[in-house]
Write a protein that binds this ligand. Sequence first.
Ligand code: IMP
Length: 204
Amino acid sequence: MTERRQLSGGRLVLATHNKGKLREIAELVAPYGFSVVSAGELGLPEPEETGSTFEANAVLKAVAAATSANLPALADDSGVVVAALHGDPGIYSARWAGPAKDFAYAMKRVEDGLKGKSDRSAYFVAVLALAWPDGHTEVFRGEVHGNLVWPPRGEKGFGYDPMFVPEGRSETFGEIEPGEKHAMSHRAKAFSQLTEACFGRKTG
Ligand code: IMP
């Protein structure tokens, strides 16, 4: 196996224009001695997500930011994969909510697609890509598997959370406390792999 490249302190660009994600990731990397700056703050353009996989989209966003900023950059891509819908909405999860970002509508589209189908299994995916200005990349994937329910339940999450029940639980991600969800989520799994492989030990 090839060795993972490590990153130790300094500035890290977060290749997102989403303030919520920026805050969440800044908090996660803070203990490792990084200061985070967003692609938006640096005025970097947002590349079009033309990849056909979560990995390809995360990598293209991270590479674009690392190259333009000449700093290491971290990007993520995530979504929900529904087996009976042949993997949809998948990389198009955000787009299924339309320009109004209406996730009640996106969940209804999923439910309509599941009508008459017995397989209601689905999983959330989060892929994190770390890119260096020389083009080197490291990629990490986290998944959480479960089943889709209808009608949606709970107000605590976002996106498709109210219709997703993780394996071994009876509540939806919309009903589970955010702290508990964050500890078991696809994003948490991808992050823990990334910090272990690339950030070395916590500085405290
Ligand atoms: P992107 O990663 O910004 O392209 O957006 C991915 C989309 O997937 C989000 O807009 C959400 O709809 C969905 N998604 C990703 N992670 C979660 C999650 O933890 N809960 C609910 N929906 C999610």
